[in-house]
Design a protein around this ligand. Structure first.
Ligand code: PEP
Ligand code: MG
Length: 751
């Protein structure tokens, strides 16, 4: 179509729309006429309008081309299917081969089988989403800019219909169901789950307060304390679970043996209280004292302490903590105000599908443990305990931070579908374990995991990862009350090496500061902590901290290979100083006659842009480079990585970042320095495709992404992608994502 024809067609269509909208027809008739006019004028087979209803449901409101029976029947959730994706991203998108897109969801009642391509645009009033307008064609069709623009213009006109409260009847009736069932909270661990509520109850109020015989009460207390310590010690001896999380359970260890606490309870018994009442009184006093402390570390410990006191109460009441497992439904959604990590471990974990809390923050210990067990968690659900009852059906959509209590049937089936899809993909990817990881044109790619919690490491055995490409050492430091000494660190690193079963582990020295604040490392308030006293800056200023950590690495590897990586290097001199510190430690250990590592490899993270201009000085000095795209993007685009409202603003597949990555890959190849990427970018199949085409043959990512990235690698031809990328890299555009996505579809690359 020529530009002139385009303009003509656009003007004709808008004139027709205005006529329809100013007619006296009912709303439905107007919508039907609009979609028909669009389909005719744009020469497409289908035009549909999906309206956003309360509860984040997109309902097929009008369609020309789809089956009539589907209108007001077909529903999608935000983020479900291609339409849901367009809605959630509020961004126009087109798909030449919609059926082969991994997000495509087929709704049989629409009878959309014959239509191959799809283009959709969000219908917006300001920033508020009203719905999605979409067109489809039978043939594969690459929609051009002019077609997208035309549909966007129609969407603007359509949005005017919704200035006033529209389609009131249906919207209201749905809203009633939704508002009854939906609750919003804070996503603490992502995921989707369906199950029955099990209310996690703390102990009943103490029935008898005044004691008749304090000697008997003291005996009861001693017995309960003994039973409790035995049970807690058994629980803490589960190496697969506790692993590097062992610091999390420090409060438990501390209080079981704390003489002061026990003495106080005994004092209260001597003063005339029963053992149960005495435990309650002392626990309340200690919790109240801990609660007024402003130190966030101690505040978080209150949950752990309360749990311990509750346990003691249960033993005093003669109840077996494990008994509750017998009553658990097979798919349990555990509901509580809050809980300590050990309480979660009391339950049969195979039955727990999700955790819901009235309180909750990401640093809560139970959340850290749930994350390592892959259990979705939503916190901040105010009034939850008043809303739900034992046995209620609950759909948990932690990805969207919401919960549906006793949801309507269509919602249930949509959540079920989401769970099934995730499960199907997991099984599909599982089959790729132990298949050599190489592109179709034979480029071998090394996949590694970013680790920091025990279960991250376990996935190494699944045949996907060659090692740990980034071991974030700060996590055990974050959960401890004080700096772990060298012996403790050595134990933690040894465990990481043992779990890696001889595979390579790259230890990154402490990257604290910014969002990872250690309570015991003094720091002044900073206006800009991401650019403040953090990471290698702390390590170099507090040299004993760095030296202790390096020594612990050396001891942990024994005679094996040692890989050390320094974070946030902004100046080559910092790398030289850090490396020198390692050399001094190695020399000292040698003089002491201790076993030294067989080989030592020293690398740097590249995450501060200044280093890009020092590559010629840096590369001859390093054994390897790992690009931290999370921080690199933050500093390159001056975009705060912790501010979710900015995430969409710039894209990792922008020509700017790709050019930077290409430059680094080329210089590393010249100096023959191995270079990998360990930021979040490596987790996304499409982004990983680009990295491989740029020459990165080693990627490190979250364990959960290994399967999908491997599936992508097996289906790509690196040379073909590289040629295409070279061809489009000079485009002046915000992002190359769309072009690359199309390329991937056209070349059957699984993204
Ligand atoms: C990064 O910055 O990309 C990175 C991997 O390190 P972290 O996320 O720990 O800052
Ligand atoms: Mg970083």
């Amino acid at each position: 179509m020529t530009e002139e024809n385009n303009e003509l067609s656009s003007r004709r269509l808008l004139k027709r729309l205005r006529a329809i909208m100013s007619s006296d027809e009912a709303e439905q008739a107007q919508l039907d006429a609009i979609v028909e006019a669009v389909a005719n004028e744009m020469h497409v087979d289908v035009c549909s309008f999906y309206c956003l209803l309360p509860g984040d449901i997109l309902e097929l409101y009008a369609s020309f081309g789809l089956h009539n029976a589907a209108i007001h029947e077909t529903r999608l959730r935000l983020g479900e299917g291609l339409i849901g994706e367009i809605a959630i991203q509020k961004k126009s998108q087109s798909f030449a081969d919609a059926w082969n897109h991994p997000s495509f969801v087929f709704k049989p009642e629409t009878k959309e089988d014959p239509f191959s391509s799809l283009m959709g645009v969000p219908v917006l009033r300001g920033t508020r989403l009203i719905g999605v307008l979409a067109v489809q064609t039978r043939d594969y069709h690459d929609y051009g800019e002019d077609e997208i623009e035309l549909l966007e213009t129609v969407a603007m006109v359509l949005a005017q219909m919704f200035v006033t409260e529209h389609t009131t009847g249906r919207r209201k009736s749905l809203s009633a169901i939704e508002s009854n069932s939906r609750m919003d909270g804070v996503r603490l661990v992502p995921g989707v789950a369906l199950g029955k509520v099990y209310l996690h109850k703390r102990t009943e109020p103490v029935a008898q307060v005044v004691s008749k015989n304090d000697a008997i009460e003291i005996r009861r207390l001693d017995m309960a304390l003994e039973q409790m310590s035995k049970a807690v010690n058994e629980m803490l001896a589960q190496p697969d679970l506790i692993g590097e999380n062992e610091e999390i359970f420090d409060t438990y260890r501390m209080f079981i043996h704390d003489k002061g606490w026990i003495a106080k309870i005994k004092e209260s018994i001597h003063a005339g209280l029963t053992a149960s009442a005495a435990v309650q009184k002392v626990a309340d006093e200690i919790s109240a004292r801990m609660n007024i402390i402003s130190d966030p570390y101690l505040k978080e410990r209150v949950h752990d302490f309360q749990d311990l006191a509750d346990r003691l109460q249960q033993y005093l009441a003669g109840k077996d903590v494990k008994e509750k497992n017998k009553q658990l439904p097979n798919a349990t959604i555990l509901v509580a105000r809050s809980m300590g990590p050990a309480e979660l471990l009391d339950y049969d974990r195979s039955k727990i599908k999700a955790l819901l809390f009235e309180e909750g923050s990401p640093t809560m210990h139970v959340v850290i443990v749930a994350k390592s067990l892959n259990i979705p968690v939503i916190g901040g659900l105010q009034g939850l305990l008043d809303r739900v009852h034992q046995g209620d059906t609950v759909a948990v959509d932690s990805d969207n931070s919401c919960v549906y209590v006793n949801p309507p049937a269509d919602l249930l089936s949509s959540v079920r579908k989401k769970i099934d899809t995730a499960e199907r993909l997991r099984k599909q990817y599982g089959k790729l374990a132990n298949v050599p990881c190489q592109t179709k044109d034979g480029i071998a790619v090394s996949l590694n995991v970013n680790a920091g919690l025990a279960t991250d490491l376990l996935s190494l055995s699944e045949g996907f990862a060659d090692g740990i490409g980034l071991y974030r050492t700060e996590l055990p430091f974050l959960s401890a009350a004080q700096l772990p000494d060298v012996a403790k660190q050595e134990r933690i690193y040894k465990r990481a090496l043992a779990n890696a079963k001889g595979k390579k582990v790259i230890f990154r020295t402490l990257d604290i500061g910014s969002d990872k604040v250690l309570p015991y490392v003094q720091r002044k308030a900073e206006t800009n902590p991401a650019m403040g006293w953090r990471s290698i800056r702390i390590s170099l200023d507090r040299r004993s901290l760095l030296r202790g950590q390096l020594r612990a690495f050396i001891y942990a590897v024994g005679g094996g290979d040692l890989y050390v990586m320094f974070p946030m290097i902004a100046d080559v001199d910092e790398f030289i100083a850090a490396k020198k510190t390692l050399e001094i430690e190695l020399q000292r250990e040698k003089e002491k006659g201790r076993k030294l590592p067989a080989h030592v490899y020293v690398g740097t993270m590249l995450e501060v842009p200044s280093l890009l201009f020092q590559l010629e000085e840096l590369l001859p000095l390093v054994d390897f480079v790992s690009i931290g795209t999370n921080d690199l993007v933050q500093f390159l685009f001056a975009i705060d990585r912790s501010d979710a409202s900015l995430w969409e603003r710039y894209d990792n597949l922008s020509p700017a970042l790709i050019r930077v990555l290409k430059h680094v890959a080329d210089r590393c190849a010249y100096y023959k320095v191995p270079c990998s990427v360990c930021g979040e970018m490596a987790n996304q199949p499409l982004d990983a495709m680009v990295l491989i085409a740029l020459g990165y043959t080693s990627l490190s990512m979250n364990a959960a992404s290994l399967g999908r990235v491997k599936a992508m690698i097996l289906s790509m031809d690196a040379q073909e992608v590289a040629e295409y990328l070279n061809f489009i890299l000079s485009t002046r555009t915000h992002s190359l994502r769309e072009q690359l996505r199309h390329f991937a579809y056209d070349h059957h690359i699984v993204i």
